[in-house]
Design a protein around this ligand. Structure first.
Ligand code: GLC
Ligand code: GLC
Length: 810
């Protein structure tokens, strides 16, 4: 069942039924100010950090779900409705929510009155703009009152939901004209406040929640709205809100727009006050002056759209498969940008107060946006590298505001260091900027311990070879990519962290996944050493990669697939010898991506085993059979009921590894089948099963051992975004940046017989046409560049030129 449709021309998903199977959200903001907005205008707004500088309150896991957001109420003679249907849930004649790139337009028509809310964060602005357009589509004159509502968060979102003995006494506001200033804690250590303003004169306001809503009412029936009259309340403690009201009369056919701005303002520490207890309004005045008129709002929205048009012109495809095109050209890249901005902090599944930036996650996210914002990717790489320790290990997470490593979780996730090599390699291949390797980067954020980025990468590489276990495979530490495979931890008490409890005595558990990854990134490290003239180092690295390959082929091969790991007792994990968890997805994907066993047929065998034992109609499960009981020696993986998350769930993040691996062995049909199974646009028709947004990936879809097989959770903030884009853009469509130029080497299903890609790369614009009428799946028979047939290989860039590339497969 569908709840809307794609509009590719406007790059929107159009929701036509407010009761979606789960709130379907969008993100507003590109840089410092962000908002999450659902199809019924639920959600919240924050500046830079979703925990520390949250402007509006949001209650996760609320009943009803997704209550609270930015709401507009229209009361016409006692009939009350909202443009986004919620919270009043009035009967509507029409409802529509259009989620676009960085903006959402939510509208309804009730009783001949159309109310349209356009919400976005203008470029380079620390505020969200919400334009309300009201049109009288009836043949009678209409008089009604428009109310706005936001509920302020007292800045630190964690504190806001826990420390009520203090919070109920700290709230403070000021109201001047049509502007409400939320200034809680400004009198002491804060130098920032929030504004919520209307561009017209208002008839009333409220800033005290209890006065506006009533202690025993809800967002759906606020006293002030029902009585059609603001009380002009001034909050003192309790819960400050912002609400305006305005009486409006519209003739038949008449339209009126009002602009509401919710923004963040900051003053210099020594210029906080205008007078005793009166905040300095200068930054607010400057901000609000930019969005006084409809024209200003229109042009800010047009700029935002132009920004996205330009950004997405970096990579676009045209094929006979419109779902493929819309994911590649619009939604997958958009989601990658959202993961750049949010990491794993704020979504409808991430509360914004939990995790910081992951070393591994952020390094992988780079794969999805490096072509779009290479300069910011460079900065991100250097930030990540600065949290690495001198011995090559890495803090698992760091805090976005301080950029410092997080001590609570610490280090010891032994795949982490390798992801840095992965990210840097992707950056150099995109930009050709080798100078990044010479950047001086601190260890553990200590400037006195700075060394070049290349030295950081050496420490990463050596961290693996310095920490080998009994089978000459890498020690796993607290976990590898699979955060829940905690082979050294042995946690018996609830509340202990599965990851940070332990490691126990003699943590000798080993990871075949890390081994595969080491072999996969080895050639990049070797190439970087060669480039910098470190030939001995390159040679030694090549030998280490060869040793690791041998270790995988001996201790890491189970007969039909790659073993997953060895536990602390040196027992195999992910082997036919195991009772549960006989086979895991990760080593099959990564070892084949690394090229291990390609020559002797083991790679193909492993992928056949994936198909035979792990595949389902909704995607490939992580392991099978799922663990049915808690295994002390395995950790969190076995804490999940069978079929969910890392225990037999379809972890979308590593499905593309298998798809890429299929392209390595040249099976284009299977690669594309794997790609499609988890790809949201192909799941739109079964939205009632899938439940999360049909325009973005989710982290997990319940596996076949789960009751709700096919149901997705944790949409938006997942490494799936970057990995699927990496897969489809570079391996399936095959347009791959490499050190010496652009390689075009597609791996296609039989039903894609031709396509074109436009790719901006190092200053050139490549117009690439691929002809697969031969249905070759893989292999380039002819490469024609700018009219000349050339041998297959990287196409060097010229700079600032339009290049014509024709590829004939066969
Ligand atoms: C989550 C984490 C990621 C991890 C994955 C598997 O998505 O963010 O770092 O690799 O789970 O456990
Ligand atoms: C839990 C989740 C995993 C995530 C981790 C982050 O272990 O299952 O997906 O990576 O938390 O700390």
């Amino acid at each position: 069942m569908k709840f809307g449709h794609f509009n590719d021309a406007t790059r929107e998903y159009v929701i036509t039924e407010p009761k979606t199977p789960y709130p379907w959200i969008n993100y507003l903001g590109n840089k410092d100010f962000f908002g999450l907005i659902s199809n019924t205008s639920g959600g919240y707004y924050f500046y830079k950090d979703a925990r520390l500088l949250r402007l509006t309150r949001y209650r996760y896991n609320n009943v009803p779900t997704d209550d609270g957001g930015i709401y507009f109420y229209i009361n016409e003679n006692g009939n009350v409705f909202n443009p986004g249907w919620k919270p009043c849930k009035a009967d509507y004649e029409e409802y529509e929510c259009r989620h676009g790139l960085g903006y959402s337009v939510i509208s309804s028509k009730v009783n001949g009155l159309r109310a349209e809310q356009t919400s976005f964060v203008p470029l380079d602005t620390t505020a969200s703009v919400h334009r309300i357009k009201l049109t009288n589509e009836s043949d009678q004159e209409k008089t009604f009152t428009l109310f706005s509502l936001v509920e302020f968060c007292l800045w630190d979102a964690n504190d806001d939901t826990t420390n009520f003995q203090r919070n109920f006494s700290t709230g403070e506001v000021e109201v001047i004209g049509s502007t409400i200033y939320h200034k809680t804690e400004y009198r002491e250590r804060r130098n920032h406040y929030a504004v919520f303003s209307c561009n017209e004169e208002i008839d009333g306001f409220d800033t005290d929640r209890e006065t506006f809503i009533g202690l025993y009412n809800s967002f759906a029936d606020p006293d002030a709205v029902l009585e059609n009259k603001s009380r002009n309340s001034l909050a003192s403690g309790w819960s400050p809100i912002g609400s305006h009201s305005k009486v409006i009369t519209l003739k038949p056919g008449e339209t009126k727009s009002l602009v509401f701005v919710l923004g963040y303002c900051e003053n210099p520490q020594d210029d906080k006050w205008e007078a005793q207890d009166v905040i300095n309004k200068k930054p607010a005045n400057e901000l609000l002056a930019k969005f006084k008129t409809d024209e200003q709002v229109e042009s800010a929205l047009a700029e935002l759209k132009a920004y996205w048009t330009n950004l997405l012109s970096t990579y676009s495809v045209k094929s006979s498969d419109e779902k493929l095109d819309r994911m590649v050209n619009i939604w997958n890249q958009y989601q990658c940008m959202v993961t750049f901005n949010m990491s794993r902090s704020a979504s409808y599944f991430e509360s914004g107060i939990g995790r910081g930036m992951g070393f591994r996650d952020s390094s992988q996210d780079l794969l999805g946006f490096i072509h779009l914002i290479p300069e910011r990717a460079r900065e991100r790489i250097l930030d990540i590298a600065a949290t690495q320790m001198e011995d090559g290990s890495a803090y698992h997470q760091y805090q976005p505001l301080t950029k410092k490593g997080n001590n609570d979780i610490g280090s010891g996730f032994n795949d982490d260091p390798l992801w840095l090599i992965f990210g840097v390699a992707a950056y150099i291949k995109e930009t050709g900027d080798w100078s990044i390797l010479d950047e001086m980067v601190p260890f553990d954020n200590d400037e006195s311990k700075a060394d070049t980025l290349l030295v950081h990468l050496k420490r990463s590489f050596d961290h693996v070879t310095n920490n080998l276990g009994p089978h000459k495979l890498p020690l796993i530490g607290r976990a590898d990519w699979n955060d829940c495979l905690n082979l050294n931890c042995f946690s018996e008490n609830p509340g202990e962290s599965f990851q940070t409890f332990g490691p126990s005595e003699g943590p000798v558990a080993e990871s075949v996944f890390i081994a595969g990854m080491f072999v996969a990134v080895g050639p990049d490290y070797i190439r970087m050493c060669e480039q910098k003239g470190l030939l001995d180092e390159a040679k030694a690295a090549a030998a280490a990669v060869e040793d690791m390959t041998q270790a995988v082929l001996t201790a890491g091969w189970d007969g039909e697939w790659f073993v997953r790991a060895y536990d602390a007792y040196s027992n195999k994990i992910g082997s036919k010898e195991c009772e549960e968890g006989k086979i895991f997805i990760e080593p099959q994907g990564f070892c084949v991506m690394a090229g291990i066993g390609v020559e002797d047929g083991r790679a193909l065998k492993a992928l056949e085993s994936v198909e035979k034992y792990l595949d389902t109609k909704y995607g490939i499960v992580l392991n099978s059979p799922s663990y049915t009981r808690y295994h002390l020696e395995l950790g969190e993986i076995s804490s999940y009921p069978p079929g969910y998350k890392e225990n037999g769930g379809i972890f979308c993040h590593n499905n593309p590894w298998v798809s890429i691996a299929e392209t390595v062995v040249g099976r284009g049909n299977r690669a594309f089948e794997v790609y499609k199974k988890t790809c949201p646009a192909y799941l739109e028709e079964i939205s009632e099963v899938h439940r999360t947004e049909p325009y973005v990936y989710s982290q997990m879809i319940a596996g076949r051992d789960a009751k709700n097989h096919g149901e997705a959770k944790n949409s938006w903030l997942t490494g799936t975004a970057a990995w699927t884009f990496y897969n489809v853009s570079r391996f399936i469509l095959g347009v791959k940046p490499d050190y010496d130029g652009l390689v075009v080497d597609p791996c296609l299903p039989d039903d894609i017989t031709e396509f074109t890609v436009t790719r901006k790369f190092r200053g050139d614009t490549f117009n690439i046409t691929v002809d697969n009428t031969a249905k070759a799946q893989k292999g380039v028979a002819k490469l024609i560049v700018d009219g000349q047939e050339v041998p297959f290989g990287p196409i060097a860039t010229i700079g600032d030129k339009v290049r014509e590339v024709k590829v004939i497969m066969g």
